[in-house]
Structures are given as C-alpha cells and as structure tokens.
Design a protein around this ligand. Structure first.
Ligand code: DGY
Length: 414
C-alpha cells in the first residue's frame, strides 16, 4: 500500500467541514470553487458519494443569474480576509462576488463516469449549464469566443506576472480597510504584495458599488482580460457538458453548447503567437496582447487537438523552461523579470496546473513529456509533502501545507 495515498486521504478528512473541503486549515477556511472541483475528482477515485457532496455543496452558492462564486462562506471564520462583509453580496448563503475557472464540469463528467448515478448527476448538469451560459453572456457579451476576467482572483493565479501591466492601472485606493490575514499564516515572501492587495480590494469595492450586476461591472471594470487559461478550461468544460447533454438526450442543449465550443475553439487559435511559441491573452482595456511568459499560454493543450507543428512548438518551449529545474512546470518562465520562484503564482510549480498540462500533453500525443511531468510532480510531493506549491529550483514545498488539491492531484496522478 502506498502510504502517501493514505496521507492524501487523511488530508481530505482533516479538511472536511461537513460535505465540503477547505483548501487548507486557517489560510483558506471556506469552500473555494475550483479547489472543490479538483478535490471532487480525487474523491471520485474512491468515494463517489463524497465527490457528489463536494459539488452539491458548491452549488448551494450558485447565484440566480447562474454564476458559481469563487468562495462559498458556509460558516464564519475570522482567519481570512476579505470575508463576507467586504464582498457585500446578496445570496442567502454568503459568497464572494466573482468566479473561478470552471473545472466543475470536468469533475462532473469524471464523477458520472465513475458512479453512473444519473439522479445525482442531472441536477449538477443543470447547474453547470446555467453557469456555462453565464460565462458567455456576462463575460463575453460581444460574442468573441474568449471569456474575460474582471479580477485576477478569478484566474486562480492571483499575482501572476500576466496581470502586472493591467493591474498597474488599477488604483491602490480602497473604501474597505485592507487587513490581511494570509501573512499571519504563511511567510509574506510567498504571498502577493500589499500593493497587489490594495488593487484586489479596489476592484472588489468597484464591483460591490455596481451591485454585482454583470452589465454594470462590464462597463465600469478597470481590469478586463480575455484570458487564455480560463477560456481553454471553459472549452474543456464545454466539451464535457456537451458529452453529458448527449448522454442525457438533451439534444437542444448539446447543439447550443457545440456552437459555443466551436466559436471558442476558433477564438483560441487566433491567440496563437508562433514567435513566442505560446498562446496569449488579450487586455480588453488597452487592446494589447498579454505577452508575459506564464503557464497560461500552454493550457490550450487541454482542450484543443492542435496541429502537430503547434503542439511540438509548445512542448519544445515547455522543455526549455523546465531545463535544469528540480520540479516542473514553472508558472513563470525562469529568469525573466518578475520571476520569483517562491512567490505564489510568480514562478512556483503547482500540482493542479501540472495535472491540466499532463492531460493536455496526452491529448496531443506527447505521452513522454506527459510522463516526465507526472513523475516530476509525484516526486516533489513524495519528497516534501502535500504543500500548496513547490519552488521549482529547490523543490521546497511552499505556501499552505496539508493542501487538499495537492492531495487530490497526487491520487489522480498515481
Ligand atoms: C486568496 O485569498 O489568496 C485567494 O487566492 C483568493 O481567492
């Protein structure tokens, strides 16, 4: 028996708060959207009932307009900022007012394949479809095929160098006092800077003043990025949603989703930049490409069957970034300005990003590169434990410890 798997399961038990799993104790004491989706895939391997509960509890936070928020505050905690009083949203169960990448549907398909429980899958499918429609209406009102993020937290890659240029335009003034709690749990050098937090909260204040109405937010947003990682994940979610629609005989839904998928597929391909060997996001305020060298540019591997030439170029570039590292894949290209191997999304390797990349490499026929990345991820975890993320140079486990999605990723990758 693999004792690391036992340990991974123990972490999920420890982080259980009643049918949902916190990412880690104290630092993240609520239910986070994409964390729960990864965790549900972990549970799907050995406890499908618990996997369904994870997704069902997340859907308790779904808004009437279809959005599934990035945090559901099921019960109070004073170890996290910003809590419900900062978000000022109106949902019955307090939630944040922004969303996160829709890994939910990817998890739902895997769970349905493992459990085959139509009675439990169907309501979650309905919730996912509502959310899918919300993405296209609220975050792509002009029908471009790419969805936009209005807050860096929506990407899950909070302080990525990808946001540096766009975020610098966001004022540091806030109506809400910024009283950080995260740096009381984790070394400040591993977290976003105070200035980032002031901008993060400026955005929350701005959207709260719009009453969290998507059209007003779209109009007032000082940060608006048509983002390649989230859009690529949305396309994979769209593929899985279409699969479930067909399985359940929902032919009209399937046709609607297929049209959206095709639009998004074409829009992602337009974002390919051969000179960079990556896909890029677009800053909708400046109209410019986001050229920062981050992991996001490789995530389209997950949801497109790419031309050989493009897939090979992506893999060569990934190899170049990974050369000489103890742990791949770095979330920022090593050595560039802005690269910080221990600071959250500015360089470290994350097991869940690797998981997406591994699936994408396999999909595109690069099984050897996928296997190499799988081994790198698994040995980092076996050496350092279930840390939030890893310093790619030293291999050190960083950020929060006993982390739920790292535990789920380990089980999935074994
Ligand atoms: C945080 O608080 O660090 C989260 O990533 C925001 O979702």
């Amino acid at each position: 028996m693999n004792t690391h798997i036992d340990e991974a399961k123990r972490i999920l038990v420890t982080n259980d708060r009643g049918g949902y799993t916190v990412p880690t104790d104290r630092l993240y004491p609520f239910q986070w959207n994409w964390d729960s989706a990864f965790v549900a895939m972990g549970f799907a391997l050995y406890d499908t009932d618990r996997a369904y509960r994870e997704l069902e509890r997340l859907v308790e936070g779904q808004w009437a307009d279809g959005m599934i928020p990035h945090i559901v505050f099921h019960q109070p905690s004073d170890t996290y900022f910003p809590g419900p009083s900062v978000w000022r949203t109106k949902h019955t169960i307090p939630t944040s007012g922004i969303t996160q990448p829709p890994v939910f549907v990817i998890a739902l398909r895997k769970l349905h394949e493992a459990a085959g429980n139509k009675d439990r899958t169907l309501p979650l499918y309905e919730a996912a479809l509502k959310w899918h429609r919300w993405w296209y209406s609220a975050r792509d009102p002009e029908g471009t095929g790419l969805v936009a993020l209005l807050h860096p937290w929506e990407s899950g890659s909070d302080n990525s160098p990808a946001w540096d240029v766009a975020l610098a335009r966001v004022p540091t003034t806030t109506d809400t006092p910024v009283v950080r709690k995260d740096t009381g749990h984790v070394n400040a050098e591993m977290r976003p800077r105070d200035e980032d937090y002031r901008r993060f909260i400026h955005l929350v204040d701005t959207y709260a003043a719009c009453g969290w109405d998507p059209a007003r937010q779209w109009e007032k947003a000082p940060f608006k990025i048509a983002e390649i990682q989230t859009t690529a994940i949305l396309l994979k979610a769209g593929e899985d949603l279409e699969y479930l629609a067909r399985l359940f005989g929902r032919t009209e839904d399937a046709a609607e989703i297929a049209t959206l998928n095709e639009r998004t597929r074409q829009a992602i391909l337009v974002q390919w930049r051969p000179a960079l060997s990556r896909f890029v996001s677009r800053d909708l305020i400046s109209g410019e490409d986001v050229e920062a060298a981050t992991q996001a540019g490789f995530i389209p591997l997950l949801s497109l069957d790419l031309d050989r030439q493009i897939a090979d170029a992506l893999v060569d570039e990934m190899k170049a970034w990974s050369e000489g590292l103890k742990v791949a894949f770095p979330t920022t290209k090593p050595g560039i300005a802005g690269w910080e191997p221990k600071r959250y999304w500015r360089g470290p390797a994350w097991a869940i990003i690797n998981w997406l990349l591994i699936d994408g490499l396999k999909r595109n026929g690069h099984t050897e590169a996928a296997e190499e990345l799988r081994r790198s991820t698994v040995s980092a975890i076996e050496a350092e434990g279930f840390a939030e993320y890893f310093d790619p140079i030293t291999g050190e486990g960083c950020g929060g410890l006993g982390f739920s999605w790292t535990a789920a990723a380990y089980m999935w990758l074994m």
